[in-house]
Design a protein around this ligand. Structure first.
Ligand code: HEC
Length: 164
């Protein structure tokens, strides 16, 4: 009886251990603990705080977009390990942006994240604007809606900014 009570008490103690001590959190949990506060429970974004993550895979269409998603401060400077960043970003893309994930998308790896994290964006707002412009140009002509097929994506080299 006593040991049972002790076991239950110990169980409770373990559950109460700070999340930081727990290893290998599932990506959804990583999102809840590290991203949700700014981006919202469903990645819907929070006005004047953080943009929506719904459809964020559109950045993958622009040259430099793949690294940009990791270079943003909220991601790059998070306390997460490279492997955790890769996991949470792959989860974000698959959950909030499944509808426009490019067909040939290869998930981020820890090694790739490590490389991108070394790059610091001195003019973040401008880089973001530039990427959004590239994306708009790339998808000009299609509705941009969630039903739009990934027409032509990957079929030709992405246009460079000087090409048109
Ligand atoms: C302190 C608030 C904050 C936190 C925490 C935060 N972000 Fe962000 N995030 C932003 C802001 C603001 C931007 C827009 C770029 C910028 O100004 O930094 C952004 C941009 C992004 C982008 C690029 C999308 C775009 O439209 O530019 C992605 C992807 C992203 N965040 C994912 C995450 C993930 C994943 C986490 C958790 C590991 C996270 N963020 C944590 C505030 C935050």
């Amino acid at each position: 009886m006593r040991t049972k009570i002790a076991a239950v008490a110990l169980g409770g103690l373990l559950l109460a251990l700070p999340a930081a001590l727990a290893r290998a959190e599932p990506p959804q949990k990583l999102y809840e603990l590290n991203c949700w506060g700014c981006h919202g429970a469903n990645g819907e974004g929070v006005k004047d705080t953080a943009p929506t993550l719904v459809g964020v895979a559109k950045f993958l269409k622009a040259p430099g977009g793949r690294s940009y998603l990791i270079e943003v401060p909220g991601v790059s400077y998070s306390k997460l390990s490279d492997a955790e960043v890769a996991a949470v970003m792959n989860w974000v893309l698959g959950n909030f942006s499944k509808q426009n994930l490019p067909a040939g998308f290869t998930p981020y790896t820890a090694a790739e994240v490590k490389r991108y994290r070394k790059i610091h964006l001195p003019r973040l707002a401008e880089t973001r604007k530039h990427l959004l412009k590239e994306i708009a140009a790339e998808s000009a002509g299609d509705s941009g809606g969630r039903d739009a097929p990934p027409r032509g994506f990957g079929a030709r080299p992405l246009a460079s900014s000087t090409a048109r």
